[in-house]
Design a protein around this ligand. Structure first.
Ligand code: ASP
Length: 652
């Protein structure tokens, strides 16, 4: 086993790289802090002298007391003890006088928790285990105590033993004993600690807790509702501390941050949780570049030093460019395969469906080149990509294979004129063995489809052995200049905020608010890492009139719900802005965990359930009475109703 804890510790305690925009006084303070840093006392205040993972040859002869779980036992002679710091070999005494110690250590089932005391001795020559950080030594036990025996386990506590996620979540407290979960949660804790240090100690931020019992707010995600004892009155869990952090600015707390729990009732999505954590930040008297520099410095400072250092400043791309070249507002910039508008090449085409597409007012032809695609992708791969586009987007995609003999292999190859071929070759810089995927339609739709196919193709190419997305690479990107409003999905005639209703318009577009609001750009910025949105924020509206106009006239929201905020803006609200980083997603990417559930101690299942405790759970009618609530059971839920007093059966 790797000495992962010391690696993790070293990785996080060493000061990392440069810090953007450090003033000399903050640099002095930072240096003072780092010189005070030391390895924590892992055995203070507890009934052990050392951890299982820390003992080495330098401890030879020391009398130690260790506590841990029995990992395994060999021939009733050796026992390997584990705690969250590592493994150590314990020699079970064989002589008559130590019969009681032997009995305890030989009879206790695996994963029982024991305390042993004894001497650190070296292993006999030839019996060292170079794979174990403690492999040169062992413990000659004198006393042993069974602290708690372990019953038959639902699964073995070994990372390589495969188990379903449902079983892991049902017995989460056992799953947490795994190396991977220990690593993920400890790395998370260390990164958050460094973030606090950076924000509070180096940049004067104030950590303020905001309420989790709040009320419904207009716009944004669906909220969880909490009944109150007043008839017909409900709290809501906040989807984020957005309003509170803005009110803190009005209150003169000009640099706020919080490790904030947020709640969104958005149903099941693979990379979401109904409750999740944000590093939530707000500052007064700041502009977009100020927030961006702060976040770049924060990530650079808290980044584990065993990963490639974070290079700042992060590149930036407008929303329009991200959509046009990558078909999404969160481009994965670790690889190319950009989308190209090839409409002009085909203006005089004889290919019927291209002609059709270009004759429409918003018609475009878009293409994407899969470099060396003909070498790696089989026909059936391309067919599956085309089917994906047809099934999910009702969109036709045409492949063109470029052969060495310059013969184009495609259903439309014959109808593509020589001048169009050379135009396309020049524009897309295509070479032999490339595959071009071509589609038509309105700009946004055609780009979005190719954006999705770009990721599908990357998966396929990687499945065939090509490395497109280096797992050690962290590619940060700011996406800026979003539109302030987007057409509502369910009713495109109406507008909704692209970020949230408190986002300020771009200063040069303010006049458009009153004539063509859909054209207004905003001061909203998103932070993207390897194709995942890991943060977003904006400069806020601090003018009550403008805020009222946007809410009432453009978004058609009930301004009464926000009267407290509108009023606050009238009492000398400073200009302000902020951002929130999605901590779970960030840690998931840093650790390379397959899902965000692997970086959360007690996550909900895909369907939003806690499989360990069976939340959400039913309540008997008498317990609902004080809340003036009655359940109206759906017709087909007789079973659920009668399960009120049934034993719990977890999701499979
Ligand atoms: N509160 C916003 C969100 O949760 C972030 C921000 O604008 O600061 O997305």
């Amino acid at each position: 086993m790797l000495c992962w804890l010391s690696r993790l510790h070293a990785a996080l305690s060493a000061p990392t790289g440069r810090i953007a925009h450090l003033r000399p006084s903050s640099l002095r303070r930072r240096l003072a802090l780092s010189s005070q840093r030391r390895i924590p006392e892992f055995s203070s205040f507890v009934a052990r002298t050392n951890t299982c993972g820390e003992l080495r040859s330098s401890h030879l002869g020391q009398e130690v007391t260790l506590c841990g779980w029995i990992q395994y036992r060999r021939q009733n002679v050796f026992l390997v003890l584990r705690d969250s710091h590592g493994l150590i070999q314990v020699v079970i005494p064989q002589d008559e006088s130590a019969a009681s110690v032997k009995k305890i250590l030989c009879e206790a089932p695996v994963e029982s928790v024991v305390r042993v005391s004894g001497t650190v001795i070296s292993r006999p020559p030839g019996q060292e285990n170079p794979k174990m950080p403690t492999g040169e030594i062992e413990i000659k036990v004198k006393t042993a105590e069974l602290l708690n025996a372990c019953k038959k386990l639902p699964f073995e506590i070994k990372d390589f033993v495969k188990k379903t996620e449902a079983l892991r979540l049902q017995y989460r407290y056992l799953d947490l004993r795994s190396f991977q979960m220990q690593y993920n949660l400890r790395l998370r804790s260390q990164m958050v600690m460094k973030m606090r240090e950076y924000l509070c100690n180096l940049h004067g931020f104030v950590d303020v807790e905001t309420p989790t019992l709040f009320k419904r707010t207009p716009g944004g995600a669906k909220e969880f509702v909490i009944p109150s004892r007043e008839p017909g009155k409900f709290y809501c869990l906040p989807q984020s501390p957005q309003q509170f952090k803005q009110l803190l600015m009005v209150g003169g707390l000009d640099r706020y941050f919080q490790v904030a729990r947020c709640y969104r009732d958005e149903g099941s999505r693979p990379d979401r949780q109904p409750e999740f954590t944000q590093i939530d930040i707000e500052m007064s008297f700041v502009d977009q570049t100020g927030i961006q520099s702060l976040i770049e410095g924060l990530l650079q400072y808290s980044w584990p030093s065993d990963k490639d250092p974070v290079v700042v400043p992060f590149p930036s791309m407008t929303f329009a460019e991200a959509l046009a070249s990558y078909g999404t507002d969160k481009p994965d910039t670790r690889f190319g395969m950009k989308i190209v508008d090839i409409s002009n090449v085909f203006r005089n085409t004889e290919v019927g469906f291209l002609q059709d597409a270009l004759s429409k007012p918003q018609g475009t032809v878009k293409a994407m080149c899969i470099s060396e695609g003909a070498k790696y992708l089989k026909r059936k791969d391309i067919e599956s990509i085309r089917k994906f586009a047809a099934d999910h987007f009702n969109q036709e995609v045409l492949p063109i294979f470029l052969k060495a003999n310059r013969n184009w292999n495609s259903p439309v190859a014959k109808s593509i004129m020589e001048e169009q071929r050379s135009g396309l070759t020049r524009l897309m810089e295509i070479q032999e063995d490339d595959v071009v995927l071509l589609t038509v339609g309105e700009h946004k739709k055609a780009c979005s489809v190719l954006g999705k196919l770009r990721l599908e193709c990357a998966d396929l190419l990687e499945a065939r052995g090509l490395v497109l997305r280096d797992p050690a690479l962290f590619s940060f990107l700011w996406v800026v200049d979003f539109p302030l409003f987007l057409p509502k999905e369910e009713n495109p005639e109406k507008l909704e905020s692209a970020h949230h209703p408190f986002t300020a318009p771009h200063p040069s577009d303010v006049q458009l608010l009153y004539s063509e609001p859909e054209k207004v750009r905003s001061q909203h910025y998103d932070l993207v890492l390897n194709g995942n949105e890991i943060g977003g924020g904006s400069i806020r509206i601090h003018d009550a009139e403008l805020q009222r106009y946007i809410l009432a006239e453009l978004l058609k929201e009930d301004v009464k719900l926000l009267s407290h905020l509108l009023q606050a803006l009238e009492f000398g609200a400073p200009p302000h802005g902020g951002i929130a980083l999605g901590l779970d997603r960030l840690i998931c990417l840093v650790t390379g965990a397959p899902t965000i559930r692997d970086v959360i101690a007690f996550p909900k299942s895909f369907r939003g359930h806690d499989l360990m405790s069976n939340a959400p759970d039913s309540l008997p009618p008498e317990e609902l009475k004080p809340y003036h609530i009655q359940v109206s059971w759906p017709a087909d839920s007789e079973a659920e109703k009668s399960s009120l007093n049934q034993p719990y059966c977890p999701e499979s």
